[in-house]
Design a protein around this ligand. Sequence first.
Ligand SMILES: Cc1ncc(COP(=O)(O)O)c(C=O)c1O
Length: 305
Amino acid sequence: MWIDKDDVIVLPDMMWGNYNMTFCIRNSGKIVHYKAYDDQLTRFNVDSFEEVVREQAKINDKIITVLNFPHNPSGYSLSVEEANRVAAILIDVAKGGTNVVAACDDAYFGLFFEEETSKESIFTKLAGADKRLLAVKLDGATKEDYVWGFRTGFVTYGILGDNDLVLEALEKKTAGCIRGNISNCSHLSQTILLKSMADENYDTYKQEKFELLKRRALKMKSVLKDPKFNDSFDVYPFNSGYFMCIRLKDVDAEQLRIHLLEKYGTGLISIGKKNIRVAFSCLEESDVETLFDIIVNGISDLRKG
Ligand SMILES: Cc1ncc(COP(=O)(O)O)c(C=O)c1O
């Protein structure tokens, strides 16, 4: 819908891998990365985001960015202050004359586990903020409604003003794009989802799952406070979503992943040379400490050679 050949998409250096397939391989766009975290892993790197967005806005008349919070893979969501800053940067760049598409990939929306996290999509700050800014909100039933395989999502557009012609064009182009890509979304999934949303227990069931994930995330935080892990890995900040990441001190992430699978029957995801993603969406609270002990054992096996 919004990517032409050679368009620039500004994305963090840790990201959902499928963006590459969708934006670059299928649509010939170019991803330009910013650093998702500072070296000390204290917070999401809004400084690097700003630097890259402004740099790219100077040399392109259009830029695209995807804001994915809760973030896959790190499980980070912006604080209110950080979200305000990200929005202000994009609005400023649009006001400066660059066309901006800001897509909020809210695939994990609602799974915010901490007080200071911004609980609304950054879409609300961007929609209608400037004539050169197209805000897109993407929601997926997969994670938000825990229906893996349903392949049902929602697209919402936010533009300046109520221009029926523009809105109709966006709607028709979106329908055409779906038709031309996947023909159609599963009607069965849509119907089941619609019925579940209309059910009087919908909110209660969703809340139960939310509480389950929150308990697991908080358990991870408390287990990871133990200094016994300090020698093996650093922990990326996390406060939301399905996942969290660790940065290994000195062993190769892919080598460790294979070793953990072969020796301990433990399956994790490696990202680049140093990072491992842990999904607490498939980890019981009672297994959290065991998992990190296994990771430490695996690291020490590899260190011994
Ligand atoms: C950040 C992000 N966006 C979008 C999706 C798409 O979800 P699906 O195609 O499985 O509904 C995922 C799934 O892993 C994701 O992690």
